[in-house]
Design a protein around this ligand. Structure first.
Ligand code: SIN
Ligand code: FE2
Length: 215
């Protein structure tokens, strides 16, 4: 247990969600101003957009990327691409503060030496959600996923190896980082529809930044 400013008991700083999966409470809060500046510089070059799935659905989550590879979906499928299809140019480089956060969170979770080459940035507005899925478009499943939550809180669903397995519901708040890898790398996960609210830094949105070794 940790104590907050008022000396009250709060939740643990670190909680195991499964073998290979951990939530690091507040891990990204140490430099949230630096992260917000970096986020703004990325989205100025590669604005958020609602991508379309192969089935023709417009995703409720708006997305962009930075780093040498970006995750994209369109009518032809899901893939990693070095080019932003909206601009025809490379994705913006991964800001050093992003890279440092991803490496240090992975190391804290037991995955030392993580070198992400892909950073997907998801923006949720009220009602936006992400259905249960596995992250399977990467080449090397020995590398973990590092997922940073900013802005409004959300309910993160963490399931098992089958879509129908029971899911754990974990509230993720500004600065929380979830890392999953090793035996947990292919677990199903998703995000419940975002509730309305106001966050002092991000207003009416939640932003999630996920780091992966994709190529
Ligand atoms: C993801 O599954 O890629 C993102 C999950 C999240 O937004 O927390
Ligand atoms: Fe995912």
């Amino acid at each position: 247990m940790t104590l907050n400013l008022f000396g009250d008991r709060t939740e643990p700083e670190r909680e195991e969600l499964a073998d290979g999966a951990v939530i690091l409470r507040g891990f990204a809060s140490r430099d949230d101003a630096g992260l917000m500046d970096a986020l703004e510089s990325v989205t100025a070059m590669a604005p958020f957009r609602h991508m379309v799935t192969p089935g023709g659905y417009r995703m409720s989550v708006a997305m962009t990327n930075c780093g040498s590879l970006g995750w994209v979906t369109d009518r032809t499928g899901y893939r990693y691409d070095s080019i932003d299809p909206e601009s025809g140019r490379r994705w913006p480089p991964m800001p050093p503060s992003f890279m440092e956060l991803a490496e240090s969170a992975a190391a804290e979770a037991g995955f030392a030496g993580f070198q992400p080459d892909a950073c997907l940035i998801n923006r949720y507005e009220p009602g936006a959600k992400l259905s249960l899925h596995q992250d399977k478009n990467e080449q090397d499943y020995s590398q973990p996923i590092v997922s940073v939550s900013l802005g409004l809180p959300a309910v993160f669903l963490f399931g098992g190896m089958n879509r129908t397995d029971k899911t754990r519901r974990v509230e993720v708040r500004h600065g929380d980082v979830v890392v999953w890898g090793g035996p947990a790398r292919l677990r199903y996960h998703g995000v419940m529809p975002l509730k309305e609210g106001h966050h002092p830094v991000l207003g009416g949105y939640r932003v999630n930044i996920t780091f992966r070794r994709a190529g």
